[in-house]
Design a protein around this ligand. Structure first.
Ligand SMILES: NC(=O)c1ccc[n+]([C@@H]2O[C@H](COP(=O)([O-])OP(=O)(O)OC[C@H]3O[C@@H](n4cnc5c(N)ncnc54)[C@H](O)[C@@H]3O)[C@@H](O)[C@H]2O)c1
Length: 250
C-alpha cells in the first residue's frame, strides 16, 4: 500500500482528532490545518479557510486532502457559514486542482436528509437526493456539488462523506443516550478513523457520495452499502462502543 502525504483541515476539531492519528498509525504522513494548533500533529499550519494563499501553502508537497474544517452546526449564514463553508470549500477545491492532488475527501453530513424525516420512511439512500432543512445542510450540498464539478471538469478524485452523528463530547453522548432514535445514526471515533483511512487508500474513484456511520442500534436509517462497495468500509462499533470517553456520570 502506498504511503500518502495528507493535509487534514479542521485537524483540531473532534473528527480531526480521531482521524489524524488513525492515518498516522497506518504509516501516512499528516499535516494539520486549523485556526489553532492540533494535539499530536507536529507539522501544523495555522490559518483560516478564507485565506487561499495559506491553504495553497499548506497543500505544498501533499497529495491528499481530508477536508473537515468548517462551521459544524447551523449558525448565522453571512458571518459564519458563508466564509467557512462556502468560501472555504471554494478555496480548498481550487487549491487542490492547482496542486494536482490525487484525492480529496470532503466532510458532508447526514443533515442533508433532515427535510425527509417527516416526508418518507428511512432508510435514506444516496440516490434519494437531498432535502436540507437549514443553511448548514445547504452548505454541505454545495460542497458535494463542488466536489462533483471539480471531479468531472478537472479530473480530481473526490469522495464526499455524509457523516452521521459523531458525538464530540460526553455531553453529546448523554444527549444521544437520552434519545434512542438518534443512536441509529451514531458514528464512533474508531469507526471514523477506519472510514477515513479506507477513503484515503481506496483506488479507482472518480466521484462519489458515501454514507458514514457505525452499526445500527435498532433500525437502519441510512443505507451503508455504497461505502462498503466503493471503499470496503464496514462498521465495527454499535452505540456506544468506539468512543474515547464515557458518560459524565458513569
Ligand atoms: N460531528 C458530527 O456529528 C458531524 C456530522 C456531520 C458532519 N460533520 C462535519 O465534519 C467536519 C468535522 O466536524 P467536527 O465534529 O470535527 O467539528 P468541530 O467543530 O469539532 O471541528 C471543526 C474544525 O474546523 C475548524 N474551523 C472552523 N472554521 C474554520 C476556518 N474558517 N478556518 C480554519 N479552520 C476552521 C475549527 O477550528 C475546528 O477545529 C465538519 O465539516 C462538520 O460539518 C460533523
Amino acid at each position: 500500500m502506498p504511503k500518502y502525504r495528507i493535509l487534514v483541515t479542521g485537524s483540531s476539531g473532534a473528527i480531526g482528532k480521531a482521524v489524524a492519528p488513525a492515518l498516522t498509525a497506518a504509516g501516512h504522513y499528516v499535516r494539520g490545518f486549523d485556526l489553532s494548533k492540533s494535539p499530536n500533529i507536529e507539522d501544523m499550519h495555522i490559518g483560516n479557510l478564507t485565506d487561499m494563499q495559506a491553504i495553497e501553502k499548506a497543500m505544498d508537497s501533499m497529495d491528499t486532502l481530508v477536508h473537515l474544517g468548517a462551521e459544524s452546526n447551523d449558525c448565522d449564514f453571512m458571518s459564519r457559514l458563508l466564509p467557512a463553508n462556502i468560501v472555504g470549500v471554494y478555496n480548498v477545491m481550487d487549491s487542490a486542482k492547482r496542486c494536482k492532488l490525487r484525492r480529496v475527501i470532503l466532510a458532508s453530513s447526514m443533515q442533508v436528509y433532515n427535510g425527509f424525516w417527516k416526508r418518507r420512511k428511512p432508510p435514506f439512500k444516496i440516490e434519494d437526493g437531498a432535502a436540507p432543512s437549514n443553511h448548514y445542510g445547504v452548505t454541505k450540498i454545495f460542497s458535494e456539488s463542488m466536489g462533483q464539478m471539480y471531479s468531472y471538469k478537472f479530473g480530481l478524485s473526490v469522495i464526499a462523506v455524509r457523516i452521521g452523528w459523531f458525538t464530540r463530547t460526553p455531553k453529546e453522548l448523554q444527549e444521544m443516550t437520552d434519545s434512542p432514535g438518534a443512536q441509529n445514526y451514531f458514528f464512533s471515533h474508531d469507526d471514523a478513523g477506519r472510514f477515513f483511512l479506507k477513503a484515503v487508500e481506496a483506488e479507482g474513484i472518480e466521484y462519489c457520495i458515501l454514507p458514514a456511520a457505525s452499526k445500527w442500534n435498532t433500525k437502519e436509517v441510512f443505507d451503508l452499502e455504497p461505502a462498503k462497495k466503493a471503499i470496503g468500509y464496514e462498521p465495527k462499533d454499535t452505540f456506544p462502543e468506539g468512543l474515547p470517553f464515557k458518560l459524565q456520570n458513569t
